[in-house]
Design a protein around this ligand. Sequence first.
Ligand code: FAD
Ligand code: NAD
Ligand code: ISD
Length: 426
Amino acid sequence: MGRAFVYVILGGGVAAGYAALDFVKRGVTHGELCIISEEPVPPYERPALSKGYLLPEDPARLPAFHCCVGTNEERLTPKWYKEHGIELVLGTRVKSVDVRRKTLLTATGETITYKILIVATGARALKLEEFGVSGSDAESVCYLRDLADANRLVNVMQSSSGGNAVVIGGGYIGMECAASLVINKINVTMVFPEAHCMARLFTPKIASYYEEFYQSKGVKFVKGTVLASFDFDSNQKITAVNLRDGTKLPADMVIVGIGIRPNTSLFEGQLTLDKGGIKVNGRMQSSNSSVYAVGDVATFPVKIFGETRRLEHVDSARKSARHAVAAIMEPEKTTEFDYLPFFYSRVFTLSWQFYGDSTGDVVHFGDFLGNRFGAYWVNKGHVVGSFLEGGTKEEYEAIAKMTSLKPAIEDLTDLETQGLGFALTF
Ligand code: FAD
Ligand code: NAD
Ligand code: ISD
């Protein structure tokens, strides 16, 4: 026999931490809530792993960045969970779930029963092997998803000081890790298949600003090609990476950031999936009414676009988790989730925010030779997305508010002339 809880959160990442805080705020009683996580520590702010955690001096370390310090709220330490009667089952992988019987089976052989399950299993990093390249298990090849990966990356970085790193992938992990490597005095070459970095979001004009900034810090870019193989020395240490276009790059270490896959496998055949995630309604409830899904693993209706989306960003993890808890604890008071997508990044001295959707025509504004510029995306005559680098708190709030209102645009040239001023009028 195992333990029984009213509420179980499966996964102990960002969404789990924010859900726990809201369960307490809404009056969960001692012994009702359990969090099961494969990670050995309570929920923490994952964004810190590619930023403060990698700094050479005074790096961020736990317990400083447990949830919910990312939103300037209470820091949930192990003591906090204990004081609130929340059971933390850490370092424990859930092997299978039976949503009909409402049971989970852990790798330690325990069966845990729930009345309501919140799935917050996040995602896993894609491996090079899934793209037909072997060598992921080599000592100096690093991925970055969890604390164990971050500790490994720090060790590899320290032993590669002054040497060469190749960063595979031009997305979020690639860009943020490349900046951290430079700060650690490592020579960086970034390799990615697209024509420019951050191809899922940036326009060519925005991307060229960041690429030039990175080049000014010594970063080299090899675009339009992918990794083909590694060269090893007699000790099985990587010495170089070979690209499909024939280029050979010397490498003391490699960081791979080539995307993620949501962790849905426990639920395949049991819950409805959509766009790679667990399909939920506006209350974050899956096709089984006792199972909710939040964070990276959930595909939810984004009202403002009139379609479902699966987002891979921390603000969405925090807010979807909080919405699920509200829907569970106060169903009659909780309406449909109404979420404006928000993405951001910070690298070197740069910092940007994006709200909404990056579809339609793009209007750029601001000073691309200086340090404050942006863009609006206009689709079917309405602003649907906004990007701003180097803004103030008030300016970011203004682009968020304006985007949420989807204002009509008659003249793109006029919008370009007004630039940031357009958002500030709302
Ligand atoms: P996660 O935080 O990934 O948590 C999932 C948890 O579930 C993990 O603890 C995992 O071990 C556990 N788990 C999974 N399967 C099982 C199982 N079978 N049994 C037990 N436990 C299980 N987003 C931004 O918007 N801005 C940023 O600056 C930013 N920086 C990031 C930096 C890094 C290095 C990474 C990796 C991501 C970053 N993100 C950022 C994305 C953001 O962190 C994620 O969107 C967010 O963590 C998703 O939260 P989650 O709770 O859904 O999943
Ligand atoms: P990503 O989706 O941002 O980027 C993946 C990149 O992989 C693409 O840009 C492309 O350049 C590259 N790629 C694809 N196929 C390739 C191939 N065959 N060979 C080489 N490169 C290839 O994913 P990521 O950068 O791995 O980030 C992982 C997750 O972490 C994402 O969910 C991301 O949102 C999250 N994250 C977010 C932030 C942030 O929001 N600031 C920061 C870090 C991580
Ligand atoms: O949102 C975030 C972010 O970007 C971080 O680095 O949360 C973390 C914390 O602020 C780290 O303390």
